[in-house]
Design a binder for this molecule. Structure first.
Ligand SMILES: NC(=O)c1ccc[n+]([C@@H]2O[C@H](COP(=O)([O-])OP(=O)(O)OC[C@H]3O[C@@H](n4cnc5c(N)ncnc54)[C@H](O)[C@@H]3O)[C@@H](O)[C@H]2O)c1
Ligand SMILES: O=c1ccn([C@@H]2O[C@H](COP(=O)(O)OP(=O)(O)O[C@H]3O[C@H](CO)[C@@H](O)[C@H](O)[C@H]3O)[C@@H](O)[C@H]2O)c(=O)[nH]1
Length: 435
């Protein structure tokens, strides 16, 4: 098939690259000239393990193209995938400016029948808005709109796409249904065929449910701390029950990233506009907002409320491992508090330092973990990179000034920390103190 993908962020780029690897002819369009220039050189504007090999292979084999020219890109396409951003507005709603602009441009350039598919996460009813905008410009040219929400995770985006658990296809014509089913055939046999509004809702419901699991286990963790129970064991004990499942039960400093925070607040806004008060999701958001500050409280306890002049080593800046994405990362809220309290904050992240310095003022970063923890008064773990899980604690003990670790991601066992004689405060488990 011939596909045009609009937007080369995570979703556009990864779907474009994967569909092209499956033998389709794919042209990816972006208004950002610097991104297209990089992509034409086979370089990825986003950090995603394995993506550059995929880009280069498909560019070389002549199935993958990049351009800033939407008109040219959509000329021979049967399917146009819209994958532009839908960021959060001040009032919590999804901002549809990019979507509406793309719909205008598609309408202005539509010459023959195409299916215009929204992969971006958009409020229920957006498919209708896109259709209206395109119709205004398209004259007599026939087209279909469809919804095909994306479920990939950053850091495992290619794997998630090539091994997708389901494809949700929201359509209003049989022709569109057949073509989109055909497109997804090599990827999954679990195709949920529905109307456009339902498909749009499936995406928000999925993200809000996963966010709910996280806030739920974090509240269990907070109660565990008060009662002396261990949340990691509680999660394990719950997770064997297939009705519950073990995924998304890792307690910590809560969720961040480009999706859960904005999509939960968009769902609250969508419900509100429909006249419904979505109480559970509002509480999920509130719990999550507070959870990231647990590490600050624990650090203050460890350092007896005196952060002034203390060297605090932050390990992990990105919102999760295997990405350099800083959108809604806990580090963005945590680090300025420590700086304001007079601490000397030094941070290390395997890939996100450059992006972090754009959003956290006066952030001092190092090239290695060892430099970051040298003479440290306390280490604070904000992201569970493998490099941190595998750190040599004997070496750490030698480098730091005080053997204090505040772990926002529960990466070490309590037993190991007791054995190594560290002060170790984590989430939802007992604190290991100096004897
Ligand atoms: N990031 C994820 O992991 C993920 C996963 C599933 C769904 N989503 C959803 O997918 C959508 C895209 O997310 P993202 O993280 O890939 O976005 P992003 O913001 O990283 O990238 C969007 C891209 O679209 C480009 N763009 C904007 N207007 C354009 C136009 N008129 N023409 C061409 N290109 C244009 C931008 O320059 C940018 O490169 C969002 O709705 C998001 O909620 C994201
Ligand atoms: O048990 C868990 C699992 C995750 N997280 C946090 O939750 C956030 C989101 O993690 P993850 O879901 O792995 O990353 P995303 O790349 O944001 O992916 C989510 O958001 C995407 C955008 O909508 C969806 O496509 C994916 O299906 C959905 O998992 C991160 O901050 C994680 O640290 C936890 O705190 N505990």
């Amino acid at each position: 098939m011939d596909i045009c993908v609009v937007g080369t962020g995570y979703v556009g780029l990864v779907s474009g690259v994967c569909f092209s690897d499956l033998g389709n002819r794919v042209t990816c369009v972006d208004v950002d000239e610097s991104k297209i220039k990089k992509l034409l050189e086979g370089k990825s504007p986003i950090y995603e393990p394995g993506i550059e090999d995929f880009i280069q292979k498909n560019l070389n084999e002549g199935r993958l193209f990049f351009t800033t020219d939407l008109k040219k890109a959509m000329e021979s396409a049967q399917i146009i995938l819209i994958a532009v951003g839908t960021p959060r507005k001040q009032n919590g709603e999804a901002d549809l400016t990019y979507i509406e602009n793309v719909a205008e441009s598609i309408g202005q350039n539509l010459q023959d029948y195409k299916i215009i598919v929204t992969k971006s996460t958009v409020p229920v009813g957006t498919g209708k808005i896109i259709k209206e905008i395109i119709s205004r410009h398209a004259g007599d040219v026939k087209f279909d709109v469809a919804s095909n929400p994306e479920f990939l995770r950053e850091g495992s985006a290619i794997y998630d796409t090539l091994n997708m658990e389901r494809a949700v296809i929201g359509v209003e014509s049989e022709k569109a249904a057949n073509l989109l089913k055909e497109l997804h055939k090599p990827l999954t046999s679990n195709i949920v065929l529905t109307d456009i509004e339902t498909a749009e809702m499936i995406k928000y419901a999925s993200n809000a449910f996963l966010a709910t699991k996280i806030s739920f286990i974090n509240e269990i963790a907070n109660v565990c701390e008060l009662l002396g129970a261990d949340v990691t064991k509680v999660a394990e004990g719950m997770g064997y029950d297939k009705r519950i499942g073990n995924a998304f039960l890792q307690a910590g400093i809560g969720y961040g990233g480009s999706c859960f925070p904005k999509d939960t607040s968009a769902l609250v806004a969508i419900a509100e506009q429909a006249g419904y008060d979505f109480r559970i999701v509002k509480d999920v958001e509130q719990v999550n907002k507070e959870q990231r500050f647990k590490v600050v409280d624990k650090l203050k306890v460890a350092l007896k409320n005196d952060l002034k002049g203390k060297k605090i080593s932050i390990l992990g800046l990105a919102f999760k491992p295997n990405t350099d994405d800083m959108r809604d990362a806990p580090s963005v809220d945590v680090i300025p508090i420590l700086q304001n309290e007079g601490a000397e904050v030094v941070a290390y992240d395997p890939v996100a330092s450059e992006n972090a310095q754009k959003v956290i003022p006066n952030l001092q970063v190092t090239d290695t973990m060892q430099e970051a923890i040298l003479n440290s008064d306390a280490i604070v773990i904000l992201t569970e990179w493998n490099e941190f899980k595998e750190m040599d604690l004997t070496e750490v003990a030698r480098l730091v000034k005080q053997k204090i670790i505040i772990d926002g991601r529960n990466i070490f066992s309590i037993e190991k920390m007791e054995y190594m004689k560290f002060y170790y405060a984590s989430i939802g488990r007992k604190t290991v103190s100096f004897n």
